[in-house]
Design a protein around this ligand. Structure first.
Ligand code: NDP
Length: 310
């Protein structure tokens, strides 16, 4: 088992940015890439809202560049996923799925969050070709088109309202006869003439020869008046919740009831000195690459300060 100064879990914008900052401050950060090297961004196609890329950039290329930038400043990138931790005392101790172990004086958790999907095989088939879990990331590609948002919570309402500013028509596919969202968000979607809420609807599948061209829906599933029909749409947005990837450390750190790691004020400091959380694993609201990157920088600056005081 090796003993490292700083370990970073996760290789999305937060993890790589933390590594870039830590490397430039003279540390030798060790990054464990985790289950999805490059993070959630690699599930989308083009990124048009990351500053500095005026013509947009392919999401995989952006993550590749971040990886190379981290390597340039000395990051040691390892292909493994943490499966167990002991943060009860320093050095912190981590175990990985390849059987390796490491201990470290400081830890940055940048393991992200995973969007929940319905579990339809068509979601996989059309991923990046009409299926998305982020309206802010991909909505722009649906200007003047018809889209559907699945879910009836605050996120779904927010995404539907955002998409209504771009698309010609937005359907909300809601499985219950009511919305779960806060009243203000409900009012916002119900009063928007471009948004039509399809209550008591479930999605059976998607179809299209050239990306998504429509969804097979069922209204009042299992009821005597059940109706199955096809809804023509160009985009299918999931907004049925996210799951923060905090399981491996949640036993030690303060989290909210959904598992998002709680940090001190606007800082990335967790409830344990020397342990920092950056990016979506600590952010239920914004979920943007640029914001995750910024919090990765903050975490590295905090870790550097912490280590210099030890
Ligand atoms: P929620 O858990 O609040 O809502 C998820 C929605 O997805 C529900 O309508 C749920 O339906 C539906 N859903 C879940 N699974 C399925 C499924 N398999 N098939 C169809 N529908 C499904 O998640 P959100 O992401 O909306 O919000 C998470 C938290 O973040 C909430 O506390 C929310 O208030 C907060 N938030 C606040 C915002 C704000 O204040 N501006 C913005 C965004 C989020 P059902 O109701 O039937 O369970």
């Amino acid at each position: 088992m090796t003993h490292e100064q700083l370990v970073i879990l996760g290789s999305g914008p937060a993890g790589y940015t933390a590594a870039i900052y830590a490397g430039r401050s003279g540390l030798t950060p060790v990054i464990y890439e985790g289950l999805q090297p490059g993070g959630q961004l690699t599930t989308t196609t083009e990124v048009e809202n990351f500053p500095g890329f005026d013509e947009g950039i392919d999401a995989n290329e952006l993550m590749d560049r971040m990886r190379k930038q981290a390597e340039r400043f000395g990051a040691d990138i390892r292909e493994a996923m943490a499966v167990r931790s002991d943060l009860s005392k320093r050095p912190f101790h981590l175990w990985f799925d390849d059987g390796s172990e490491v201990c470290c004086d400081s830890l940055i958790i940048a393991t992200g969050a995973s969007a929940k999907y319905l579990g339809l095989s068509d979601e996989e088939k059309y991923r990046g070709q009409g299926v998305s879990a982020c309206a802010t990331c991909d909505g722009f590609f649906y200007r003047g088109k018809r889209v559907a948002v699945v879910g009836g919570g605050d996120t779904a309402c927010e995404e539907a309202a955002y998409l209504a500013g771009l698309a010609e028509k937005v359907y909300m596919i809601v499985r219950k006869p009511f919305l779960r969202a806060s009243q203000i968000m409900q009012d916002r979607v119900l009063q928007n003439p471009k948004i039509e809420v399809l209550f008591e609807h479930n999605t059976l599948g998607l179809f299209g020869d050239n990306g998504v061209e429509g969804a097979h829906l069922v209204h009042r599933k299992g009821q005597p008046d059940e109706r199955i029909y096809d809804l023509p749409i160009d985009g299918f947005f999931l907004a049925i919740g996210h799951k923060p990837n905090s399981d491996v450390v949640s036993e030690w750190l303060k989290t909210d009831e959904q598992g998002y790691i709680l940090t001190e004020g606007k800082s990335p400091r967790t409830s344990i000195p020397g342990v920092y959380a950056a990016g979506d694993v600590a952010d239920p609201h914004y979920r943007q690459a640029v914001i995750a990157a910024a919090s990765g920088a903050q975490a590295a600056m905090e870790a550097e300060k912490f280590l210099s005081q030890q």
